[in-house]
Design a protein around this ligand. Sequence first.
Ligand SMILES: C[S@@+](CC[C@H](N)C(=O)[O-])C[C@H]1O[C@@H](n2cnc3c(N)ncnc32)[C@H](O)[C@@H]1O
Length: 188
Amino acid sequence: MSAPLELPPVVSAAFEVSLRHGYASFCRNETGRLLAALAATRSGTLAEFGTGTGVGTAWLRSGIRPGARILSAELDPTLADAATKLFETDDQVEVVAADWSTLSGRSPFSLLFLDAREPEHSGADTVIDLMEEGGIVVIDDLVPCESWPPLYAGRVDSVREAWLTDDRFTAVEVMVASDTAVLLATKR
Ligand SMILES: C[S@@+](CC[C@H](N)C(=O)[O-])C[C@H]1O[C@@H](n2cnc3c(N)ncnc32)[C@H](O)[C@@H]1O
């Protein structure tokens, strides 16, 4: 482990909420630290599609600059309620209990943590119009792959291949741990 073990207090609070709800689908700390570092470069609206109980949101919050805002959508009302309560006194974070597709009117986004884990909606076409120029899309939880085209479970990972070759974005796969990679795609 190369990163410090200590967690930002807001992330620790989010883990407690996750524990209370028996929810374990949150991003790893390595991804979280990357989210925080990216958030620190952003202004305007940072979005998250798929809040869970707010761990990813909390990592973004730990890095966000004054004046920027985080808007996060969670489809499951129980999880959304838990995350809303976590950030209820924080005027830089808004959690909505809704399908992320209802947030299009709140775009453009300077960063999007695309984490609803819906394979059919994780391609560039789904989000291109929601991003500002220079906005960064972050996709979590890829299995690192050194081959080209990228393979997953013995087959071509066509979603990853499409992101990495889409000339509307400049994209890169970044290993954040030996067993996990994140895709970063910046809108040109
Ligand atoms: C991987 S978890 C999110 C984890 C969270 N981003 C974190 O890092 O802590 C995916 C979440 O997306 C939510 N989800 C799935 N489809 C969605 C949709 N269309 N709109 C909003 N949330 C959705 C699921 O209910 C689930 O809680």
